[in-house]
Ligand binder design. Structure first.
Ligand SMILES: *Cc1c(COP(=O)(O)O)cnc(C)c1O
Length: 391
């Protein structure tokens, strides 16, 4: 499409010299594998979320898969999740050998609807996997109550949710486990990586074992003063542990988490203010009593006020040099899942409506308030040109 000299991407990582130095120092240290730096990152993350344990992993996908396997979810079991998510959320259910079951979202916050979860529960349900979409807190009280009443596990896909809180509590301390992502587009990056948090001692221990091939002692313990060459394989595990060169970047990034979250909130608030007088644009909801992590700033278009569709709206913004994205193409729209599970577009009306009307606008810590204004000006201009009366 149109190449703009100052094309504005919808997302950019924010890497400081201190973070580059931390990685270089690790590369020169002689220890790149899972070790001390991963342990330090875990300790900092556990302290931040208030969870008893944090387990550093190679990706959030690995963490979600581990949580399911470690909790004994397997063939014959059903796992309930949302259609408005990334493929990984559903793929790990399939990799565990279980059957994914979708429950529709709420149109106000794009998170799974507890009422739809209640309808989807069967005697085969083994776990519920809500996704804190864009950093918006799911209704964990209601979902947790359902999980307890039916004796099923609650595993949160918290890939967007570093900074998401409910009643002042991190979502990392809610449910059986929560899994965060450090993919380059997320609020904190380790280049690639994830973190599983849990208060459950046995679950944390099982995840650590399975993350390093099922070996009784990890490599750090074996090759340092504490350990010897010996190990025992106690389970057929995976190669899912976070390496120290990843932890060096992730840990140094995480040291700036409060500044990151303040910057994101400031930009989101500027968007809110700019769109307050624009009825055609539905701004994201931060539910009372919750803290939004502002991983994404997702707007929706009011179809009744606009003569332009979502795709054309995105094209117009791109022509102005503004990058956007859509989170997400619903699970039930993809060929594989449609064929495997018999789903089709239209099956989950709120997820379908959100998909048809949502746009993720640029939001990242290196962005200035002036740049938010540039995006808001462009959105406003498209609305003025394509809006009906009152748009
Ligand atoms: C990014 C993302 C994941 C996967 O995270 P990785 O760390 O890349 O494995 C899972 N779920 C959601 C909702 C995501 O956005």
């Amino acid at each position: 499409m149109i190449e703009h000299e100052d094309f504005l991407p919808y997302n950019l990582p924010d890497i400081s010299d201190a973070e580059v130095d931390a990685v270089v120092e690790t590369l020169r240290s002689g220890w790149l594998a899972p070790g001390r730096r991963a342990r330090e990152f875990e300790a900092a993350f556990a302290a931040y979320t208030g969870a008893k344990h944090a387990v550093a992993l190679d990706s959030a996908t690995a963490g979600l898969h581990l949580a399911l396997v470690a909790l004994g979810v397997g063939p014959g079991d059903e796992v309930i999740t949302t259609p408005t998510t990334f493929a990984a959320t559903v793929n790990v259910i399939i990799h565990a050998g279980a059957t994914p079951v979708l429950a529709d979202i709420r149109i106000d916050d794009y998170c799974i609807d507890p009422a739809a979860v209640a309808r989807a529960i069967t005697p085969r349900t083994k776990a519920i996997m809500p996704v804190h979409h864009a950093g918006s807190a799911c209704r964990m009280d209601e979902i947790g109550e359902l999980a307890r009443a039916h004796g099923v596990h609650l595993i949160a896909d918290a890939a967007h949710a570093i900074g998401t809180e409910i009643a002042g509590r991190s979502v990392g301390a809610i449910g059986d486990a929560a899994v965060f992502s450090f993919y380059p587009t997320k609020n904190v990056t380790s280049g690639r990586g994830g973190m599983l948090t849990t208060d459950d001692d046995a679950l944390a221990e099982r995840c650590r074992l399975l993350a390093l091939h099922g070996m009784s002692d990890d490599a750090w313990d074996r090759y340092t003063a504490r350990g010897a060459w010996a190990y025992q394989v106690l389970a057929p595990g995976y190669n899912y542990a976070m390496s120290d060169y990843q932890a060096a970047l992730g840990g140094a990034q995480f040291a700036r988490i409060d500044a990151f979250q303040r910057a994101r909130r400031r930009l989101a608030e500027r968007y809110h203010a700019r769109f307050a007088a624009l009825p055609a644009i539905i701004t994201p909801l931060e539910r009372a009593g919750t803290t939004h992590a502002w991983h994404l700033y997702v707007i929706r278009l009011r179809r009744d006020l606009l003569a332009i569709g979502r795709d054309a709206f995105i094209d117009e913004l791109r022509a102005c040099g503004i990058g956007t994205s859509v989170h997400f193409i619903p699970i039930h729209h993809h060929p594989y899942y449609r064929e495997a599970y018999g789903w089709a577009p239209g099956d989950f009306p709120a997820a379908d409506e959100a998909f048809e009307t949502m746009i993720s606008l640029p939001l990242y810590t290196r962005m200035s308030v002036d740049t938010v204004d540039r995006v808001a000006d462009a959105v406003e201009d498209v609305v003025r040109r394509h809006g009906f009366k009152g748009a």
